[in-house]
Design a protein around this ligand. Structure first.
Ligand SMILES: *Cc1c(COP(=O)(O)O)cnc(C)c1O
Length: 356
């Protein structure tokens, strides 16, 4: 097939401030390429990548405070959230609902739509965290799952997970924690978010975000084997008997990349990264505040600030990849590829278009 244009180059990360993904760790990139043709969805044919997945899940268990983790590496946080809702629905009787804060990722809307469950969204408090009383007001006998977020997409907030666990217990529901983005930084903070901090049943944690694994690599983890049993489907043409995953053929690159990233970075590499990213977020927040912008305090490495539309658009035209919250604030995610120099460049661009 003749090509008129040169092959497009992949995105350069020099001006990417909007993404929750990042450049993979070199070892993860190498492992991903090596296992590109392996299918962890067929472990009897591809035992090597299946072994890597078992080890990767054990390592993820360490990250989230779980000794004997059950789970798998899937396509991302969306799949893991769908699976958490699906397990809760399958383990409950009759029509069920899910209660989550309004700050929950839009993947819960997809889960509700695909699975035919009702999604009840509770307001957040003044600090953008789940309002526990509001969650308790919505939870009832039909509630199969209460979900909390540990590292929200828009403001990097951590919901009060132990209090949400109490709400879930009161109505005999399961508790899911969505740590898709936050899971690789929270171990180095004082937040209560993990399986060790509360009676969490399931968790989403994405290696392809702060974990520095290649896309696609999402993590779905469960405390009990019963959760995966509730998801298992018979698999007639494979040598393995059942499959709890949503996907059939899965990414060997994602599994091997996750394994390699954890091997290279857990725990010290992730700790260093967290400290660097948080320091960058604090720096950007302070600079923006000094120049008169309203800034939402970066609890985790994510800064939100009020920026006039014209300045936002001008920065986009300068090539900055930036995004907005639902209420229109600038949102900068201090991922591993975001350096102090990048932020200084960004602030210089902002002074060219605005009042810095
Ligand atoms: C990114 C994100 C998701 C969705 O994950 P994908 O990998 O994009 O499917 C879910 N929840 C939270 C909190 C996220 O940040």
């Amino acid at each position: 097939m003749p090509r008129a244009e040169p092959t497009p180059a992949p995105q350069d990360f020099d001006r990417v401030l909007s993404s929750m993904c990042t450049e993979p760790h070199p070892a993860a990139r190498e492992a991903a390429v090596a296992f590109l043709a392996d299918n962890p969805g067929d472990p009897a044919t591809y035992p090597a990548v299946a072994d890597l997945e078992t080890e990767a899940i054990d390592a993820l268990g360490e990250v989230v405070g779980l000794d004997d983790p059950h789970g798998y590496v899937g396509s991302g946080g969306t799949e893991a959230n769908i699976q958490a809702v699906r397990a809760a629905r399958n383990l409950a009787d009759g029509d069920v609902n899910v209660v989550a804060p309004e700050s929950a990722h839009f993947s819960f809307q997809k889960a509700a739509d695909v699975l035919g469950v009702e999604l009840l969204l509770a307001p957040t408090d003044d600090d953008h965290r789940a309002d526990v009383d509001a969650v308790a007001d919505l939870a009832d006998d039909d509630t199969a799952l209460v979900a909390g977020v540990a590292g929200t997409t828009e403001y990097g907030r951590v919901d009060p997970i132990p209090a949400l666990a109490d709400v879930a217990a009161d109505v005999d529901a399961r508790l899911h924690v969505d740590a898709a983005w936050g899971g690789f930084v929270l171990p180095f903070t004082d937040h209560d978010w993990s399986f060790a901090d509360a009676p969490v049943d399931t968790m989403t944690i994405d290696p392809h975000k702060m974990g520095q694994a290649p896309i696609p690599a999402g993590g779905f983890l469960a405390r009990d084997a019963e959760t995966l049993d509730a998801l298992a489907i018979d698999t007639p043409y494979l040598e393995s008997d059942t499959q709890p995953t949503l996907g059939g053929t899965r990414s060997g690159a994602g599994v091997a990349g996750t394994h390699a990233a954890l091997d290279a970075l857990w725990p010290e590499g992730y700790r260093d990264q967290y400290e660097r990213s948080q320091a960058n977020a604090d720096y950007l927040a302070a600079e923006l505040r000094e120049h008169g912008y309203d800034v939402v305090d970066p609890v985790l490495p994510l800064v939100a600030a009020d920026l006039p539309d014209a300045e936002f658009e001008a920065l986009r035209e300068d090539g900055w990849r930036i995004s907005r919250t639902a209420t229109g604030e600038l949102r900068v995610v201090c991922m591993p590829h975001v350096t102090r120099e990048m932020l200084d460049d960004f602030l210089a661009s902002l002074s060219g278009v605005g009042n810095v």
